[in-house]
Design a protein around this ligand. Sequence first.
Ligand code: AMP
Length: 218
Amino acid sequence: MHLILLGPPGTGKGTQAKLIAEKLNAAHIATGDLFREAVRQGTELGKQVGAYMERGELVPDELTIATLLERMRQPDAREGAIFDGFPRTLQQARALDEALAGHGMAADLALLIDAPDDEIVRRLSGRWLCPACGRIFHEVSQPPKQEQLCDGCGGELMQRDDDKPEVVRKRLEQQRPPEELLAHYRKQGKLVEIDGAQEVEAVTRDLLAAIEKTTVVS
Ligand code: AMP
C-alpha cells in the first residue's frame, strides 16, 4: 500500500505514520526526517536545506523531490510506504504520481489530518523528540516515563529548533496543505479527512478504519 499523510505540522502525522507503517509493515518515508538527518550529518544536502528549515519555509521542490525519489529506491520501500510530510505542493504530488506510475502503482489514499491553529501551537511547543530513534513525546499528552529520556532507547530527548513559537506560527502560515494539493487528491477520489484534534488513539483508529475500507473496496 502507498498512503499519504497530509496536514499542517503538529497534528501528529509523524506519530501516526510510525504506528501505521509498523502495523502495515511498510516503509515510513518522512522528508522532514531525511532533511534533519542530513543537517545533523552535515552533508551537502544538509547544507542546502538547513536555512529553509530554520526559517520555517518549504525546501524547494526540486531538492525535495530528488530526496524523496532517492529514498523510494531503497529496498524497504518497494512493497509499500507511508509518506509523511510529502507531498506539500502540487508539483511534489505530481512527481510522486509519476514515480509510482513508473512501477505500475498509485497512491491508495491521501489522509488529511487537520486541527485548529491554537491546538497545533499548544502541541508543538510541548513536543520532544528522541534524535537517536525518532520517537516523539509531549510534555502534557505523552510524557516520557523518565524526564528528558526516551522510553524506547534511553536517548536524551531534544526540542526541534523549528518548534519555537515564532517559527511554529510561520510554519503554520506557510505549510497548511494548499487547496490545489487537496483538490488533486479529491479529484482522484482519494482524499479522506481525519479529525486531528482528537486523542492519539482515536486518530489512529479513524486512520485504520479509512485504510481498511479502501482495502476492502479495492
Ligand atoms: P516536518 O518534519 O515534516 O515538519 O519538516 C520539517 C521541515 O523540513 C519543514 O518545515 C520544511 O522546511 C522541510 N520539509 C519537509 N518536507 C518537505 C516537503 N515535502 N517540501 C518542502 N519542505 C519540506
